[in-house]
Design a protein around this ligand. Structure first.
Ligand SMILES: *Cc1c(COP(=O)(O)O)cnc(C)c1O
Length: 362
């Protein structure tokens, strides 16, 4: 909710709506990034980030969107060949990004909406060709929550294979156990599940990942994991970070701590159930199969062949709400209802009532 009375309330799956408290926190007076104030800020937020990630490893702050670290992880880790688990817009793009970084990459390709099958990952890794796997926990474009635990178990059977996991839209929505699962790089971005403005990526890297990275000499500067580590030792960042967004992050982390992580998971689940019930009640279907549906958003299959673009216009003009109309090649064939961030039964209820109104007016 912004101060602008004409602002369109965001119900798209990123960037999501930002709370007044977060906006307020972001107006905190600027500080120097080499000052004691910054060190205290980083020190204060660090244990909160570790708790959400389920890690005792250092957690790094990168002033970039998530793609910065998605590309950076490839540059830091891939020496031989990367297996990219592909089943939606973000995961498909990752294989392209790997090739643009000059890496040997292969797509383990599924239809959009299909979850990753750990047995297929196992079969690929058994060839011995790969040293890295990219995996998207919650594929935001299709609303699929992929089986992280099962895929991590498979990858851990192979000592020399590292697992990079994107939790951009699942971070603080469902429990994540970085250390226990043996993930090697875990990353998220600010404008989705954390309900902050875009521009900040947060990540952690295992000791295995840091050792591999130390051996690669073309990892550049901006996303060099060892630069992050070296600066982290002083609770600093390699270059000037987006300090205002980090003030916003502190506010969000304190809010999350106050709500309680378990309660936050439960709230997301409850809101997600409400959205799913709306889908069923209105005769729509889901793109994702049962058992693999995201808790952050619902990707609705347009099986009734409604005019999604018109529905978006009605929501925007009559209700000042932004609805997503499907991503990339499934635009118009799907639409998505986001419940991530600071949504409540009231705000989601308003959206669903607006959707009812929109459907009646089509
Ligand atoms: C949005 C998103 C990204 C990309 O984030 P940017 O902030 O645009 O870099 C990557 N992965 C997932 C799962 C996403 O939802």
């Amino acid at each position: 909710m912004s101060k602008d009375p004409n602002a369109i309330r965001l119900h798209i799956p990123g960037p999501v709506e930002i709370s007044p408290g977060t906006y307020e926190a972001m107006t905190t007076a600027m500080i120097g990034h080499r000052s004691k104030d910054f060190v205290s800020l980083y020190e204060e937020i660090h244990p909160h980030l570790q708790a959400i990630m389920g890690t005792e490893q250092p957690v790094f702050l990168s002033t970039s969107s998530a793609w910065g670290i998605m590309e950076g992880a490839l540059r830091n880790l891939v020496a031989k060949k990367v297996l990219c688990c592909c089943s939606g817009a973000f995961s498909d793009k990752w294989v392209d990004v790997a090739r643009r970084c000059g890496k040997d990459a292969e797509a383990l390709q599924y239809e959009w909406g299909t979850p990753i099958n750990p047995a297929d990952v196992d079969a690929k890794l058994a060839t011995g060709e790969f040293d890295t796997v990219t995996f998207i926990h919650n594929e935001t474009s299709t609303g699929v929550l992929n089986p992280l635990k099962e895929v991590a178990e498979v990858v851990r059977k192979y000592d020399d294979v590292l697992l990079v996991t994107d939790t951009v839209s699942s971070f603080s929505v469902v429990p994540i156990e970085f250390d226990k699962l043996g993930v090697d790089v875990l990353l998220t971005g600010s404008q989705k599940a954390l309900a902050l403005p875009p521009g900040l990526a947060i990540f952690s890297a295992s000791e295995r990942a840091m050792e591999r990275s130390a051996k690669l000499d073309d990892r550049g500067y901006y996303f060099d994991f060892h630069e992050f580590k070296k600066n982290w030792e002083k609770f600093m960042t390699p270059s000037t970070p987006c300090i205002s967004t980090i003030f916003g992050l502190r506010h969000q982390l304190l809010t999350i701590a106050e709500e309680g992580l378990e309660n936050r998971f439960a709230r997301h689940e409850k809101l997600n159930d409400i959205a799913k019930a709306w889908v069923v009640d209105n005769g729509f279907e889901f793109l994702a199969p049962e058992g693999f549906r995201s808790k952050s958003l619902t990707c609705v299959k347009n099986n009734k062949d409604i005019n999604v673009a018109k529905l978006q216009t009605i929501l925007r003009d009559d209700h000042k709400l932004a609805l997503d109309g499907g991503y990339g090649k499934i635009k118009g064939k799907t639409f998505r209802i986001s419940n991530m961030g600071d949504e409540t039964e009231e705000t989601l209820g308003n959206l669903l009532a607006a959707l009812d109104d929109g459907l009646a007016k089509l």
